[in-house]
Design a protein around this ligand. Structure first.
Ligand SMILES: CC(C)(COP(=O)(O)OP(=O)(O)OC[C@H]1O[C@@H](n2cnc3c(N)ncnc32)[C@H](O)[C@@H]1OP(=O)(O)O)[C@@H](O)C(=O)NCCC(=O)NCCS
Length: 188
C-alpha cells in the first residue's frame, strides 16, 4: 500500500532510507532533515507491507531557470526500499505514485538523478532531450532524468536549479573516482 507519510512514520522512514543507501545512508537521512528545515519538502509517500514501512519517496521544490521566468518544479530524491523488500515492485509503485502526486499538484516537470536502465523502463526520459540542462556536469547526461507533465509548456526549458540543501550537503551528482567509473560505464 502506498500512502502519504504521517508524522509518526518519521523514525521508520529514517530507518528505511539509512538501510537502503548503505554507507551513504546517514548522509541521505541528513538531506531529508535539511529539506524539511528549509521548507522545500512537498510530498512524502511511504510504502507499507503488513503494517511496516518498507519504502519511501520524497518530492522537493526546485526550479527551472527558463528565459521568461523561474518555473517551480519538483525533484524526486530520495527513493528508498529496504533491502529485504527490494525486487518486488515496491520502488516502481512508489515512483508511479510520486509522479501522480506531482501531476495532481499541477507541477510541470519532475527531475531525478539515477540509472537510465531503471527509470527509462518506467517512463522517464533524458532531461537534455527536452532542452533541460543539468545543474552540474557531475551528473552524467544519461542519468539526468525527467518526466514532463500536463502543466509543462514548451518555453519551460533551461537549467535545473536545485534548492540549497542539495548543495549545502554536497548531494548533487557524483564525485571522483566514482564519477569517472560511471561515465566510463555510460560510454562503453
Ligand atoms: C532502486 C530501488 C528504489 C528499487 O526498488 P525496488 O523495490 O527494488 O524496485 P522494483 O522491485 O520496483 O524494481 C526492481 C528493479 O530495480 C532494479 N534495481 C534495484 N536496485 C537498483 C539500483 N541501485 N540501481 C538501478 N536499478 C536497480 C532491479 O534490477 C529491477 O530492475 P528490472 O525491473 O528492470 O529488472 C531500491 O533498490 C533501493 O532502495 N536501492 C537503494 C537506494 C537507491 O539506489 N535509490 C535510488 C536512487 S536514484
Amino acid at each position: 500500500m502506498i500512502r502519504p507519510q504521517r508524522e509518526d512514520d518519521r523514525d521508520a522512514v529514517r530507518r528505511v532510507v539509512a538501510a537502503a543507501f548503505g554507507d551513504d545512508g546517514l548522509h541521505v537521512v541528513e538531506l531529508l532533515g535539511a529539506l524539511d528545515g528549509a521548507g522545500r519538502t512537498r510530498v512524502d509517500l511511504v510504502a507499507e507491507v503488513d503494517g511496516a514501512v518498507v519504502g519511501h519517496v520524497r518530492l522537493s521544490q526546485s526550479w527551472v531557470d527558463a528565459r521568461e521566468a523561474l518555473v517551480e518544479v519538483l525533484v524526486l530524491s530520495p527513493l528508498a526500499v529496504v533491502p529485504a523488500a527490494q525486487g518486488r515492485g515496491v520502488g516502481t509503485a512508489l515512483l508511479a505514485a510520486a509522479v501522480e502526486a506531482a501531476r495532481d499538484a499541477g507541477t510541470p516537470a519532475v527531475f531525478l538523478e539515477g540509472s537510465p536502465d531503471f527509470y527509462a523502463a518506467r517512463g522517464w526520459q533524458r532531461g537534455s532531450a527536452h532542452g533541460f540542462a543539468r545543474p552540474s556536469t557531475r551528473i552524467p547526461d544519461a542519468a539526468f532524468q525527467v518526466v514532463v507533465l500536463d502543466a509543462w509548456e514548451p518555453w519551460m526549458v533551461g537549467p535545473l536549479v536545485y534548492c540549497d540543501p542539495f548543495w549545502a550537503l554536497d548531494a548533487v551528482g557524483l564525485r571522483d573516482p566514482l564519477l569517472t567509473t560511471v561515465e566510463q560505464m555510460f560510454d562503453s
